[in-house]
Write a protein that binds this ligand. Sequence first.
Ligand SMILES: Nc1ncnc2c1ncn2[C@@H]1O[C@H](COP(=O)(O)OP(=O)(O)O)[C@@H](O)[C@H]1O
Ligand SMILES: [Mg+2]
Length: 412
Amino acid sequence: MAKTLHAWLYGTHLAEISSNSEGTRLGLNFTDEALTRWGTGSTILSMSLPLSRRHHPQARVTAFFQGLLPEGQQLTAMAQYVDVAESNTFALLAEFGKDVAGALYLTTDNEPEAVPPHQYRPLSLEELAREVETSRLDQGMDAFEPLGNTPTLRGRSLGGYQGKRLVAQFDGSWFDPVGGSPSTHIAKPQSVNVNHPDLTENEAVTMQFAQRLGITTTESELHHVEGTVFMTQSRFDRVIDGPHRVRRIHQEDGCQATGTVPGRKYEASGGPSLQSIARLLAPAERETFLGQLTFKAVIGDTDAHAKNTSFVHREDGRVTLAPLYDCQPGLHYVANSLAQRINGVSTFPVLSAADLVAEGAQWGIDIEAASRIVRQTVVGMAVEFPALDVRQGNLAAFEVVERRIAQFVANV
Ligand SMILES: Nc1ncnc2c1ncn2[C@@H]1O[C@H](COP(=O)(O)OP(=O)(O)O)[C@@H](O)[C@H]1O
Ligand SMILES: [Mg+2]
């Protein structure tokens, strides 16, 4: 096994990553080049790992890098492909750390990523549909290609539990990224969870809703091809300069930014509070965060944990809130718990618009501004809801959403 992983970011050799022999405890050494470019204290990599010559605690370094890997069955399969334990974060990133969330590019040989144009294999829509099916979590081990990785073709990683495939689109045509070439879209097959059968369809409708309101910039599209249904979603951490020319933009999620392992993403299991995420944002960004929170609360998103909020790190060091992603209604199922408490409230039935305003005020937003943001978001949802094609998703789910919008409008 390689002893060192080299981390590249925005064309700079950022750091060297070392590890114990089990790959479960990682160390991080920033390079002189990175310290010269961004300066000591820069949070260009992570808010939990400011650039420094001093060593960060291994637990925090490991939490950040573990956050680049998926959870659940995708992780299990990827670990089997390289014959290591799922806890061997170091070995997994050595194999799958080329195309990840954000702009990091990890290599074992200290070679930077080749300059664009990158390599892609064209896919017809039918081929795309078949490839997306290989990422379904109920695929037999022989056909399962988590994120598009196979036992011999590796290089991609992305956090999260649900099955996905990383793909690219240029001028309306689809491609499979070759090697570690940057993906531009995330494709999600239909859910195989019998308790959440319409997850993907509902997410597409919800994301289209958020896009109409300007709460997200990502574009989600549902496809029906040869009897299969899947969603594609544009990546907010990629910029397409032209066919096969893609730039990566760095991001990290709320767990990584707070030094929390993915297994603790829910606040009830020791994960970050909303406030601990909000305080990492500049004041104007906190207002954007309150708009996102209001949208998720009215939707009834029961899975809005710290890995479903992210920060974007621009090349110049500026930090902004990432656009909304991974949002869907959850209250038509049995669940009614909040993944992160809002003004101390932990279940949906007792959550009110006043709690959203009070939560925003606790982040330092003045009360008038917080009220305005919550009101504008709720009213905007009421105005845009009728334009949605809710029949693409589960009607029962969106009946609940419609009722909730009316309830919140009556109370702002
Ligand atoms: N549109 C997007 N652009 C860029 N990164 C994304 C986008 N959507 C999700 N991600 C990243 O991928 C991870 C997994 O995606 P997500 O939709 O949250 O899947 P899951 O339902 O499995 O949690 C997220 O935590 C985030 O880091
Ligand atoms: Mg998620």
